[in-house]
Write a protein that binds this ligand. Structure first.
Ligand code: KG4
Ligand code: ZN
Length: 339
């Protein structure tokens, strides 16, 4: 079985060809980071227009790299939820057009479940049932999965996602977009205890997160409550490093504590983590240690499949096996479907 997978939910235009055995035959990711850098965040209109320019070359390249011709595919799959409307529309329209032209079945991908499924790409061991944890720029959500396609929402952020907090704090510290990797790099020279930042809900049983108060706390630590513009404050290299390290530690404490609480409450033993923030070294190391102590089987998505990519769309193989195909009136669903 060979499936072409397409991903355009946010600001990466990506396509891949994967087999029924989860072998990756070809994968292309065209990042738009440079286009959004000046705005310190994704501009939806720019993202959609860039997807339009890139989608066909990216699909072409993925097919060429994999050595599979369009007519030899068994299906075409596309992420249709959740994401930015304009971005989703480009991928979904491309997929439907190719399905119509080449008479191929169409498969819909839930981007969040795909982030968790990325963990299955690193191991032959079955990872389901599990607690699935998506920590990305748009989401910080915990699900209970009986199977890859059967996820029940347990809790998540009530305001910002963890990745978004990394991006906004990076901006306050004068670091480039996307902020996560830059914050974690400067944090290497910082003291994670230098600033006492809040860890929302950490002593409560609820499986929720909140990062907006933490963002404000970082802002006040830089400029104080009275000063609207953090960028006028000159920070030393060490202050930037200490702020970054203390912020990162507050986020990581919340992520580690809540994901382990979810595992404990569920009675399951597998924890699977995906999404861009899962690339964070401190998070990976501290979660690994905590899971060893608590005897939890941890699966973290391979580094290359943490940030958005089309390979994690291999979850489409599961839908193919179940005969879950879509008609050509498949629509986008930008908002989060809690399923
Ligand atoms: O999964 P992703 O590519 O997009 C969404 O689906 O949202 O995640 C992108 C997010 C960005 O906010 C980025 O700053 C964050 O992941 N990120 C990181 C790291 N690498 C990427 N955050 C913290 N540490 C990292 N090393
Ligand atoms: Zn994502």
């Amino acid at each position: 079985m060979k499936i072409l997978t397409i991903e355009t939910t946010c600001d990466e235009t990506a396509a891949a060809v994967v087999t029924g055995d989860l072998e990756v035959l070809g994968s292309v990711v065209a990042s738009q980071d440079k286009l959004h850098e000046a705005f310190q965040g994704v501009v939806p209109e720019i993202a959609a227009r860039a997807h339009v320019e890139r989608i066909l070359p990216v699909i072409d390249q993925a097919l060429q790299n994999s050595g599979v011709a369009l007519d030899k595919l068994d299906a075409i799959a596309v992420a249709n939820t959740p994401g930015l409307s304009g971005s989703l529309l480009v991928g979904v329209t491309a997929a439907k057009t190719l399905c119509l032209a080449a008479s191929k079945p169409l498969i819909a991908i839930n981007h969040l479940h795909a982030h968790v499924f990325a963990c299955q790409l690193a191991t032959k061991e079955p990872i389901f049932p599990c607690i699935g944890f998506i920590v990305s720029g748009g989401h910080t959500h915990l699900y209970r999965y009986e199977t890859p396609l059967d996820g029940t929402y347990l809790g998540g952020t009530i305001d910002d996602a963890a990745g978004e907090a990394f991006d906004k704090v990076a901006s306050m510290l004068g670091l480039p977009y996307p902020g996560g990797p830059h914050v974690s790099k400067v944090a290497l020279d910082g003291d994670p205890k230098a600033f006492k930042f809040p860890r929302s809900f950490i002593r409560q049983d609820r499986l929720d997160f909140s990062f907006s108060g933490l963002k404000t706390a970082v802002r006040y630590a830089i400029a104080g409550p009275g000063n609207a513009d953090v960028h006028v404050v000159e920070l030393s290299r060490q202050q930037v490093a200490d702020l970054a390290a203390s912020f990162q530690q507050a986020v990581v404490d919340c992520l580690v504590t809540k994901s382990l609480q979810a595992v404990k409450q569920s009675g399951l033993s597998n924890l699977c983590v995906g999404g861009g923030v899962a690339a964070n070294r401190v998070f990976r190391d501290q979660l690994t240690k905590a899971c060893e102590t608590e005897s939890v089987n941890l699966h973290i998505a391979p580094l290359e499949y943490c940030t958005d990519n089309a390979v994690m769309g291999a979850i489409a193989v599961e839908r193919f096996k179940e005969g879950l195909f879509e008609t050509l009136d498949l629509d986008i669903a930008p908002g989060l479907i809690r399923m």
